[in-house]
Design a protein around this ligand. Structure first.
Ligand code: SF4
Length: 180
């Protein structure tokens, strides 16, 4: 991927997902050590970062479900060379999009009032709680995606194979360049 053999700058991001895709990333086990020889992990839920950096590859877990995600994914797209929809929630909306058949107000009432203990009320207008979008959206509906790595979640070996192909400049067989 890089003629001067510098390490690939990698980021992983967690939007509207269950974190299962990131847990699967950790399932690479000892292969994480091999990966660490080839990449520099500049931003991820495993690290502490303030501003999203310029990177070669970003794996994005989860759908775009609220206004904060919308801002994040647009910034990430601008700063990423190869953007990967990482797992089925990013690829199709999957579990995150199950709520799309209900109006947002019903979803909020269910979560914060009907099933909450204690009931604290729907956090409307609270700047610490981003507003839900009307629909949770797969990433490619918002920004251009370069690869779709499907699975709920993709397995650790699949993630490893995919990343190594990109790092070595090969076409990853496991992921698609287009959705559908
Ligand atoms: Fe969780 Fe599956 Fe969605 Fe990944 S694709 S965030 S494992 S529900």
């Amino acid at each position: 991927m890089d003629p001067v053999n510098r390490k690939i700058r990698l980021a992983t991001v967690w939007l509207g997902g269950c974190s299962g895709c990131h847990m699967s990333f950790l399932d690479m086990d000892e292969r994480l050590l091999e990966l660490a020889q080839r990449v520099e992990l500049l931003a991820s839920p495993f690290t502490d970062y303030k501003d999203f950096p310029e990177v070669d590859i970003t794996l994005v877990e989860g759908a775009v479900a609220n206004e904060e995600h919308l801002e994040q994914i647009r910034l990430i797209r601008r700063r990423t060379r190869i953007l990967v929809a990482f797992g089925d929630c990013a690829v199709t909306g999957n579990v995150t999009a199950l709520r799309n058949v209900f109006p947002v107000e019903e979803v909020l009432a269910r979560a914060f009032q009907e099933t909450a203990t204690p009931v604290v009320g729907v956090p409307r207008g609270n700047p610490a709680v981003p507003r839900l979008l009307e629909r949770a959206r797969p990433i490619h509906e918002v920004v251009q995606v370069d690869y779709f790595l499907q699975g709920c979640p993709p397995s650790g070996p699949e993630i490893y194979e995919f990343l190594m192909a990109l790092i070595e400049g090969r076409q990853p067989e496991i992921a698609r360049k287009k959705f559908g």
